[in-house]
Every structure is written in C-alpha cells, then in structure tokens.
Design a protein around this ligand. Structure first.
Ligand code: ADP
Ligand code: ZN
Length: 545
C-alpha cells in the first residue's frame, strides 16, 4: 500500500462536496497513475475529474462517483487497481459483460479475471488461484458471490487493492434498477475497513445519490458529481402516429447512412421494425434476449465494427457498448423511467459530435405502461414506485418547457435555463385551455360509472364525437347526455386530451383491458376548481397513437 498524505485541497473545477478527503495520493503516486494511463491505455492525460478521483482512491480514500455514460468511469478504478498493491475487486451486476471486459483488459496486457455463475469449475479455480498468487490486477465479481462464506475467505486470503462498486444505483430501493444483492454490499466496509471503496453510477437522482451513500456506508467518501449535460445531443419527443413511418422519415431526413440505435419495447416489434427498415433499404439488425447468444454476439460485433448500421433492439442492448459515433438513439415506445431514457439516449454522440435523441410517444404507450404496472408483479409499494417513474417520464414528454433543463433538474442540476437544442426550445409548443374538453370527457366517465360500466379511450371518444358505432348503439350510449357534445375536436385531438389527462393523473387506467376511470384529481376538474392547460400536439392526424 502506498503511503497516505494529508488531504489535498478540493480542485476548483469539480462540483464536489462531502467531508475532507481521508486519503490522497502523493506526487509519486500521481505520476505512477499518469504513467500507467499512458503505458497501458496509450491516452495522453486524464479527463474531467478522473485525476482527482484516482488520486483519492490511490491514497486509500473512498469515493462516490456520479458521471454520465461515456464519462470514463472505468479508468477511475482500473488505474488505481494497477497502481495500488493487490487486486482491484470490481462488483458488477452486468454478468454478461464480464467476459468481454476481461478480454478487453487482457488485450491491453492487464491481468484480469472474473467470478460469476456463467463459468465452469475449472475456469473458476484458475481465477481463484491467480488471485491468491497475486497475479491479478482486476477481479470482476457478481454481487451474489459475496453471500458465500467461501468467497469471503478467498478474498481474505489474497490482497485487495480496492473495491469498485459499479452500477451503484442498484443499491437504491427507490431507484429504477434495484438489485437485492446490492444491499449486502454494506458488509464491505465492515469486513474490510482498511480497503478503499469507489462506488460509480451514471444514473442517480439526488435521492438515489443519498441512498447510495447511506447504504454503502460511504459517509467519509469524497463525492464527485460530473456535469450530466450532453450538450451535443438534441432531444426530441414527437406524438406517435405511425411510428415506423415516422422513424423512416426521421432517418431519411436527418440521419441517412448514420449508425444508430432504435429501441422498442417488445421482441416482436424489434423484429418487425428491423425488417421494415431493411425493406426500405436501411441496413438494420435486430437484437433482443430471444435471439440466441451467437446471433446477438454477431449482430453486436457488426454494429460496433461497421459504419452506418441501425441496431433495432430491446433495452437488453447497449450496456457496456462503447461506440463513439452513434449518431442517433430512437425510442419507438415510452421508456419506463427517466433514468432508463437518459442512459439509453446517452449512448448517442460519445464522440461529442451533434447527435439526436428522438422518441415517438402516444396514448397507447401510457395505457400500456399503466396497465403493466397495475397488473404486474410485486407489492403495492413496488407498483407505487413504478408509477412514480412513469409519472416522471410522462412529465418530460408533456412538458412545454426545455427538455434538457427538466432532465438535468431531475438528476440534481436545477436551473440551467433553456438549452436552445431541444424540440421545445427550437419550436415552442402552444398551450391551450383544455378544461372544458376534460370536463366533457370526465363527465362521460362518471355517467358510465353510474351504470357500472368502464370503457377504453376509443369508445369514450366515439361517444363524445357522436359516432353511433354498432357498439355505441347496442350499449345504449347514444342516450347519454354527453353523446355528441365533443364534435369540435377531431379523434386525434381527443386522443391527445386523454393522453395528457392520463399523464397528469387526472384519469386512471384500470384492469386488464385498459379501461379508464377517475382519480382523486378528477373531481376538482369536474367541479371547475382546477383548469387543465394542455400542450397543442403538432398536426394531429387522428390515426393510431
Ligand atoms: P463510462 O463507464 O463512464 O460509460 P468508459 O469508462 O467506458 O465510460 O469510457 C468511455 C470511453 O472513453 C472509453 O472508450 C474510454 O477508453 C475513453 N476514455 C476514458 N477516459 C479517457 C481518457 N482520459 N483519455 C482518453 N479516452 C478516455
Ligand atoms: Zn431545450
């Protein structure tokens, strides 16, 4: 272990807070870090706060690092693992990536290994032996390994340079990606108090940040919070009409021949979208967990290697992908959280050149996700958390102010002001007073409710627009006093109203069929105590959504 020095003064360029650093490397260790960076990685110098973070960990201090995707988190624990004596133990939930990470390090001449459930007994024994012999610079470990006394004994019998806790937000029970195995990582501080720990994440709200610090016992850690802004990414969210056609038009107009990722919610829509793009002459590959391992690896390798490929994927794709020239990330379906959205869109433009994050979003997305939450697994508290994540992403979709400002505020950087590089800045949406249409819609729901009936958006809109479909007639809904009182709006405009009421929590999705019901907020609207400002959707078309 290297000698500890008195705390270094806080660097002025770092957004930083916390207690005085317990450890900080001396000048020779700093030189060793730089020398390692140049020799092993061939890079000129450290970026952003890397030098301070590495300095802290080499000096034996703890660090909590919040840095966006592509910010360069890996070096923050890899370099100290090489400089400090012993093996850097990296806890990561991304088991599927460990073999690739180890291969990439080995190619650089770094001695790395991993222990997880995917390997055979022989490979495991070899790795354990290498660790005990002091022949490993880095050891990647699945969090559940620490549950076994055997692993703890193994770690004790070797020399640990540091613990790196990757994807540290997984410890947050309120976060979007909670992993129960992460809770036991609090043991690291108790079991190995002298070993420095560095926790890293690319996605943390202020609440998650605090929770990471508390649960991992990082009260003495220095906190490094990088600027989360990705100024080269233009954010755009458009109303969903015919998503594949809209995607095609977007690609042809703005990204012909570019590499990019298209995210879809389901495997079947991944397949259908990739086929559609290919039939339109755009080179595309599918990627989802239903494809066999080989096909996934092949498609991923092609995407990384070739220029101008479009990867159509579920969110199973992208973790650990380091392709600098992804020019766009498109979402054909609504992501389940702002954290997920920001992580996925963050894969665009790592090279700093102009890139686009583009999403289509419509009424059906809201209904589907609300329904999934309502009928999904987990207890009431789990559902409530999922509902909060959905509300946050809906608020982003429906905002009439700057999207980037809202995103950054969500991640703990409020008040940045309008960015000038998102759709709401570039083409400010018009607001209109939707109070009366909202009252018409809600009172239709009330009237049906009195008859003990619940319906979905399509049927309600038929009633409001006075369309006597066979179903409307058969059910006697032409008799409702609200039948035909909404002919002033098109079907598409009505869908926009329903979507925004759902987003605002003034209307609820219920049960397996996605029928609509009232919420606590509905009553205030019906009584005229609450106005309903709505966003004017550009060119509503009345189709789909
Ligand atoms: P993160 O884990 O934060 O998403 P990575 O650690 O994968 O980011 O780093 C993103 C990319 O930036 C990688 O290709 C990495 O090699 C590169 N990189 C990181 N730090 C530096 C540096 N100091 N100089 C040059 N390239 C760097
Ligand atoms: Zn903006």
């Amino acid at each position: 272990m290297l000698p500890s020095q008195p705390p270094a003064p806080a660097p002025s360029d770092a957004l930083e807070f916390g207690l005085e650093p317990p450890g900080s490397a001396d000048a020779s260790a700093q030189l060793a870090a730089l020398e390692t960076l140049r020799r092993v990685w061939g890079y000129e110098g450290f970026r952003g706060q890397q030098a301070q973070i590495i300095d802290t960990v080499i000096g034996g201090g703890d660090a909590l690092v919040l840095m966006p995707t592509g910010g360069g988190k890996s070096l923050c624990y890899q370099v100290p693992s090489l400089v400090r004596e012993g093996t850097g133990v990296v806890i990561s939930p991304l088991i599927a990536l460990m073999a690739d990470q180890v291969d990439a390090l080995s190619a650089l001449g770094v001695r790395a290994g991993f222990l997880n459930s995917t390997q055979g007994p022989q490979q495991r024994r070899d790795t354990e032996r290498a660790y005990l012999a002091g022949d490993l610079d880095l050891l990647y470990l699945a969090p559940e390994r620490l549950r076994s006394a055997e692993t703890v004994r193994l770690l004790d019998s070797g020399r640990i340079a540091l613990f790196a806790i990757d994807e540290a937000h997984c410890v947050s029970q309120w976060g979007h990606d909670f992993r129960p195995d992460y809770l036991q990582l609090s043991m690291l501080a108790q079991r190995w108090p002298a070993v420095p720990r560095i926790a890293l994440t690319a996605t943390a709200t202020q609440a998650t940040h605090a929770e990471i610090s508390e649960r991992l016992g990082l009260d003495e850690a220095r906190h490094f919070v990088a600027d989360f802004d990705r100024p080269n990414i233009t954010y755009r969210i458009v109303p969903k009409d015919n998503p594949r056609r809209q995607l095609l038009a977007f690609l042809r107009a703005e990204h012909p021949g570019d590499s990019g990722i298209v995210y879809c919610l389901s495997r079947s829509s991944v397949e259908a979208t990739a086929e559609f793009l290919v039939s339109e002459g755009i080179a595309s590959l599918p990627y989802h967990a239903g494809l066999d391992r080989e096909a996934r690896a092949r498609n991923q390798a092609r995407f990384l290697r070739e220029d101008g490929l479009v990867m159509v994927a579920t969110i199973a794709f992208g973790m650990g992908i380091d392709k600098p020239d992804v020019r766009f990330v498109a979402h054909l379906d609504l992501p389940k959280s702002v954290e997920g959205y920001y992580q996925e869109t963050g894969r665009a433009g790592r090279d700093g050149l102009p890139s686009t994050a583009w999403m289509t979003y419509g009424l059906a997305d809201v209904v589907q996700l609300r329904k999934m939450i309502e009928t999904g697994e987990g207890d009431e508290a789990h559902r409530r958390r999922q509902g909060q994540h959905l509300d946050a992403i809906l608020a982003l979709c429906e905002t009439v102010s700057c999207r980037r400002e809202q995103l950054l505020a969500y991640f703990g950087q409020p008040g940045t002001g309008p960015c000038g590089n998102c759709d709401t800045c570039l083409d400010p949406p018009q607001a209109w007073d939707g109070t009366i249409p909202a009252q018409k819609l809600l009172s239709t729901v009330v009237r049906l409710d009195r008859r003990g009936q619940r319906y979905g958006a399509g049927h309600l809109i038929d009633i409001l627009r006075g369309v006597a479909t066979p179903r409307v007639s058969q059910l006697g809904h032409t008799d409702l006093t609200t039948f035909g009182i909404g002919t002033d709006l098109t079907q598409g405009q009505w869908r926009g109203v329903v979507r925004q009421l759902l987003a605002a929590g003034l209307l609820a999705v219920e049960g397996d069929y996605g029928t609509l019901g009232l919420t606590e907020g509905s009553a205030a609207v019906l009584r005229g105590e609450r106005t309903v400002p709505l966003r004017h959707d550009p060119a509503p078309t009345g189709r789909g959504g």
